[in-house]
Design a binder for this molecule. Structure first.
Ligand code: UN1
Length: 499
C-alpha cells in the first residue's frame, strides 16, 4: 500500500503534513512523510493556562459522564483500528500485527477506563473517636502532561489519557519527535469523540508537537500537576528533577533490561517461541524486550542452537509486508548504537551470532538488521546496559539463586520471567527474595503485558505504574475526611485541651 494512502487513510491532510519545521521520515525506507508544525516552548504556558481552565470545568463533571467521553474514544478507535494501525507501522516501523495490537491496547484501556469511571472508590476507616466518621475521597488532580516515546507512539498515551480523563484531568500530550503523525491522527479521533460528547471544555486535550524544550517547559510549569513520561533513563533524569524541584508529581516508565531464566524443567518448545517473540519482536525496541537470557547448563545445548537458527532465519523486511516478523530500527543512530554494543560485547569476551545490517541496497536510508544472539562468559558492563535493539545476551547458570541475583544485578527493574515447571523455583522467583522487577512472569516472556495489570518497574525504570489495577490513583489526589456528628469535641491521641 502506498505511503500516501496510509497517511490519508488516517485522516492526515496537506495542512497537517506540509509547511512545518519538523521533518518526519518513515523507518521503512527513510523517505520523507512530511514536515509538521511545531509549537514553541514559549507557547507552552498559555497552553497550560488553557488546560487549567478546562480542569476547573472538567473536575465538576461526574466521573461516569467523563467515562462516556472515553467510551466514545474507544468507539472511534474501533472504527479506525486498521487505518491507525497502518500509520503506526509506517511511522514507527512496527510490523502491521504489532501496529494493530497497539491500537487494540488503546481500545482495551478505553473499555477499562470507562468501567473505572464508576469505580473511583475511597475507603471508609474506623475512627478512634465516638460519633466520628473517617473516609477517603479521591479528587481530580489537575493538568496532566504525557510525554510519549516512538516505540509505543499511541498506546502509552492512551493508557495515560484514558485514565487521566476519567479521573478529571485535562491532558497535554508531547509525542516523540520521531512519531508526531500517529499522535496527530489519534488527536483527531479524540477530537471527534469530544465533538460527539458535546459539552467538554475547550483545551481538555491538547497536542504539543515539539522538541525537548517543550517537554522541559511542561516539566517545569507549576500548574502541570502530573508529568507522565515514557522513554530512556537519560530523558527521565532530565525531566524528573524539574518536576521534583516544584514538588510536582511524576510517573516514570524508563529503561528496562529484561531477563528470562530457563530452568531444567522448562518446556523448551514454549520457551524458545517466547524468547524469539520477546527478543526480536518490535525489532527489540520495546521497554519490555527480552535482553538477557540465563539458561541452565543442562539445557543450554538443547536450546541455544535452536535459537541461533531461529534468529538467523526470522524474516526481516518491510513491516507492511505479510510474513515479515522484524521491521527496521527507528533510524541509523539506533543501528550505530546496536553495532557499538556488539563491538563492546566482542571485546568483553562475547561470541556474536547475527547482528549485521541487511537490505542495505534495497533501502539504503533505512536501518534493517539481523537480530543478534551473543554468548557471554559473564554479565559484563555492556550486558548491564539497555541497548534499544534486538540483541539477546545469553549466559549459563547452575544455581537458581545465583541466576536470580544476576538477573537483579542491573540498574533497571522493569520486566522478568522464568520458564520452569518446578513450583519451588517459580514461587521463589515470584517471592520477596526473587525478581526485583515491576513485572515478573512464569512461563511467558517479559514483553506483551496486558492492560489490566499495573505496568512499570523499579530502580532506574522509574517506579511509576500505568495502565490497569489501581494505577488510576496516580492521576488523583487523596483527601482524608473526618466528620464529627456528635455534640462533643473529643481530640485524637487522647489530648485534653480544656478552654
Ligand atoms: C513499552 O515498551 O514502552 O508489554 C511498553 C508490552 C506492551 C507495552 C510496552 N504492552 O510489551
Amino acid at each position: 500500500m502506498a505511503f500516501e494512502d496510509i497517511l490519508r487513510g488516517a485522516g492526515l491532510t496537506d495542512t497537517d503534513l506540509r509547511g512545518g519545521t519538523l521533518p518526519v521520515r518513515t523507518p521503512i525506507d527513510g523517505s520523507s512523510l512530511g514536515e509538521v508544525h511545531e509549537i514553541l516552548h514559549e507557547q507552552v504556558p498559555a497552553r497550560v493556562e488553557l488546560a487549567e481552565k478546562a480542569f476547573r470545568a472538567w473536575r465538576t463533571v461526574p466521573a461516569p459522564r467523563r467515562g462516556e467521553l472515553v467510551r466514545l474514544l474507544g468507539e472511534e478507535l474501533r472504527a479506525h483500528k486498521e487505518a491507525l494501525g497502518k500509520l503506526v507501522s509506517l511511522e514507527a516501523g512496527k510490523i502491521l500485527q504489532e501496529g494493530l495490537g497497539e491500537v487494540q491496547e488503546m481500545i482495551d484501556i478505553c473499555d477499562f477506563a470507562t468501567g473505572l469511571s464508576r469505580q473511583l472508590y475511597g475507603l471508609t476507616i474506623a475512627s478512634e473517636r465516638p460519633g466520628h466518621r473517617m473516609m477517603e475521597t479521591w479528587h481530580p488532580l489537575g493538568p496532566t502532561a504525557v510525554i510519549s516515546a516512538f516505540n509505543f507512539p499511541v498506546a502509552v498515551w492512551a493508557w495515560n489519557a484514558a485514565l487521566a480523563l476519567v479521573c478529571g484531568n485535562p491532558v497535554l500530550w508531547k509525542p516523540s519527535e520521531k512519531t508526531p503523525l500517529t499522535a496527530m491522527a489519534t488527536a483527531k479521533l479524540l477530537d471527534r469523540a469530544i465533538a460527539r460528547f458535546g459539552d467538554a471544555p475547550e483545551g481538555l486535550h491538547q497536542l504539543l508537537v515539539g522538541g525537548v524544550a517543550v517537554g522541559d517547559a511542561l516539566a517545569s510549569h507549576p500548574k502541570v500537576a502530573l508529568v507522565s513520561a515514557t522513554g530512556s533513563t537519560r530523558m527521565g533524569r532530565a525531566v524528573a528533577p524539574k518536576v521534583a524541584a516544584r514538588f510536582g508529581r511524576s510517573l516514570l516508565e524508563l529503561g528496562g533490561n529484561n531477563a528470562m531464566i530457563v530452568a531444567p524443567s522448562a518446556d523448551l518448545e514454549l520457551a524458545s517461541r517466547a524468547i524469539v517473540f520477546s527478543a526480536v519482536g518490535t525489532c527489540g525496541q520495546r521497554c519490555t524486550s527480552l535482553r538477557r537470557l540465563f539458561v541452565h547448563d543442562s539445557v543450554r545445548d538443547a536450546l541455544l542452537p535452536k535459537l541461533v537458527a531461529a534468529f538467523a532465519s526470522v524474516r526481516v523486511g518491510s513491516p507492511l509486508e505479510g510474513g515479515t516478523l522484524v521491521g527496521p530500527l527507528i533510524d541509523h543512530a539506533a543501528m550505530e548504537r546496536m553495532h557499538a554494543a556488539l563491538d563492546r560485547a566482542r571485546a568483553e569476551g562475547g561470541t556474536v551470532h547475527g547482528g549485521e545490517r541487511v537490505l542495505e541496497s534495497d533501502a539504503p536510508r533505512a536501518a534493517y538488521v539481523r537480530p543478534a544472539i551473543v554468548e557471554m562468559p559473564r554479565q559484563t558492563d555492556v550486558v548491564r546496559e539497555e541497548t534499544f535493539a534486538p540483541i539477546l545476551y545469553v549466559l549459563g547458570y547452575r544455581d537458581l539463586e545465583a541466576a536470580i541475583a544476576l538477573q537483579n544485578d542491573v540498574p533497571q527493574g522493569l520486566s522478568s520471567s522464568i520458564f520452569s515447571n518446578d513450583v519451588r523455583e517459580t514461587e521463589l522467583f515470584l517471592s520477596s527474595a526473587g525478581s526485583d522487577c515491576g513485572i515478573a512472569n512464569v512461563n511467558i516472556g517479559p514483553s506483551g503485558a496486558e492492560i489490566g495489570g499495573a505496568f512499570g518497574g523499579e530502580k532506574e525504570t522509574g517506579g511509576g505504574r500505568e495502565s490497569g489495577s489501581d494505577a488510576w490513583r496516580a492521576y488523583m489526589r487523596r483527601a482524608t475526611n473526618t466528620v464529627n456528628y456528635s455534640r462533643d469535641l473529643p481530640l485524637a491521641q487522647g489530648i485534653r485541651f480544656d478552654v
